[in-house]
Design a protein around this ligand. Structure first.
Ligand code: ADP
Ligand code: ASP
Ligand code: MG
Length: 465
């Protein structure tokens, strides 16, 4: 793709918190204007704050024929988007933009009416409906930028990002995506225009709308960044950067100025919500630095992921999820352990379930694994079905969480495991399973969900984070 050499390309993504209301949208437009003076920009936007959740809630209500609920949500969506339109879009363009918002809301109405007629939600229609918020916010943001004399155009990511048909959490098909991204965005960038792309949404090869999973706009940004390719990707959110722990659990958590890709991947995989778990894979491979910045505090330095700073020793951060389930399966005595493992992982793979933690005892022919709680019912059903054939026993601990210490330098620092276990033992917390990542980048503990917060705080304190 031809780019002006002195204008590097930067993808900037704004989450729902940066798009909460007209005031926040105006602030975000100001930040975009600032970027535009420095680089060639591609903007990615999430839906306005809480909109995706409301759309999903409306769909469920419609399928249960709770008409008042979904209609009330529809009115609230109209009020919030219209308010932004009236506050920030000049009279000349306002009717066109308002008409586009109204078209989306009319489709919302049609979908909900359909759900309530058939009393059913299909994953395919749910993906279209749940990502309307991104279409509306991209339409609004592009118009707000134009009002500020920037050349900007809303682009629907269904024209750019190609996935399989795993509705709700679709998998990327990178090659066709790269072709589409370049073909569609190159002309805009060449004329110096700013594409404002809908996050979260994508489409199958035959054009059905899919989504990249909750929080997927981060992933949209890094997909575009890798496909262009961009020189940098900036994720604008509501915290000063990636922190030493979830700030909602540990109020004294600190911002980490720089992290390696591997450290940040580990943190996002284990629940650091600030980045979608898949979002760093492509930048890691392509060597594109990712910056996390705060729209509420734009002058703060933020976190740089994948920069050139040297690696730091020891534990860098604690990640956690309180929403997991631990399964322990034992094989028939006649079944070799490797066969048991092959069977279990085959089932998990077929059911698209990923594991958080895996431990084993080959001698006793026992395999334990933790999964996200949303996947637990699927695992339970599968194990119940297979139990008679080859499994001697299945146990489930339904209310567990996973607490993970992460740091590239952990392997070179002796005594870390002892300090992790010591800090937990002092609180009398029972550990249900332990795993050290094979990359020696992390140590994961499975504990009761109700012990997660205390375990995170104890480890955070132990390592002086
Ligand atoms: P956005 O709307 O910008 O995508 P999210 O709510 O998805 O924002 O992610 C930002 C939130 O992630 C923060 O407000 C914070 O509460 C949460 N979070 C969890 N763990 C971490 C962490 N280790 N570092 C920073 N934020 C974290
Ligand atoms: N709006 C979507 C969600 O709430 C995507 C995102 O915010 O990243 O999950
Ligand atoms: Mg997010």
């Amino acid at each position: 793709m031809t780019q002006t050499p002195e204008r590097p390309v930067r993808v900037v993504k704004f989450g729902g918190t940066s798009l909460g209301d007209a005031g926040r949208m105006a602030g975000t437009a100001g930040i975009i204007g600032q970027h535009a003076t420095e680089v060639q920009l591609v903007v990615v936007v999430s839906a306005m704050q809480k909109v995706t959740g409301s759309l999903l809630q409306a769909a469920t209500a419609a399928s249960r024929r709770e008409t008042d609920t979904w209609q009330r949500i529809g009115e609230e969506l109209k009020r919030r988007h219209t308010e932004v339109c009236e506050a920030l879009i000049p009279a000349a363009e306002r009717p066109v933009i308002q008409a586009q918002i109204d078209t989306e809301l009319a489709t919302f109405h049609d979908f909900c009416t359909g759900f309530s007629l058939v009393r059913e939600l299909t994953p395919r229609s749910l993906d279209s409906l749940s990502s309307f918020g991104e279409v509306m916010s991209a339409t609004l943001m592009a118009a707000i930028l134009r009002a500020g004399d920037l050349d900007a155009e809303a682009v629907d990511a269904t024209e750019l990002i190609v996935t399989d048909d795993g509705f709700g959490n679709a998998s990327l098909l990178f090659e066709p995506t790269r072709e589409k991204v370049r073909a569609r965005l190159a002309p805009l960038l060449q004329r110096g225009a700013i594409p404002v792309v809908t996050g979260f949404r994508a489409a199958t090869r035959d054009g059905s709308c899919t989504t990249l999973g909750r929080g997927g706009s981060d992933y949209s940004a890094t997909i575009l960044g890798a496909a262009l390719p961009a020189d940098e990707i900036w994720i604008w959110t509501d915290v000063d950067g990636m922190m030493t722990a979830d700030p909602r659990l540990v109020p004294e958590a600190r911002v980490i100025p720089e992290l390696s890709y591997r450290e940040a991947i580990e943190l996002s995989f284990f629940g650091a919500k600030v980045l979608h778990p898949n979002s760093l894979d492509l930048p890691f491979r392509a060597g594109i630095p990712v910056l996390i910045k705060n729209t509420f505090n734009p002058t703060a330095a933020g976190t740089e992921i994948g920069g050139s700073k040297p690696q730091r020793p020891g534990v860098r951060a604690i990640a956690s999820t309180a929403e997991a389930a631990l399964f322990t399966v034992s094989g028939d005595r006649a079944l070799p352990f490797t066969r048991l493992a092959a069977l279990v992982f085959g089932w998990l793979d077929a059911d698209h379930v990923s594991t958080l933690v895996v431990t084993q005892s080959s001698a006793e022919n026992v395999l334990s694994f933790a999964v996200n709680r949303v996947d637990a019912a699927r695992v339970r059903r599968r194990l119940d079905r297979e139990r008679g054939a080859s499994l001697a026993g299945v146990e489930e601990l339904p209310d567990v969480g996973v607490v993970v210490s992460v740091g590239e330098g952990m392997k070179g620092t002796p005594g870390i495991a002892a300090r992790i276990f010591g800090s937990i033992a002092r609180l009398g917390i029972n550990i249900a399973a332990i795993a050290q990542g094979s990359s020696e980048l992390s140590v994961s503990l499975v504990v009761k969900s109700s012990d997660v917060a205390a375990a995170v705080r104890a480890m955070h304190q132990e390592f002086g984070l």
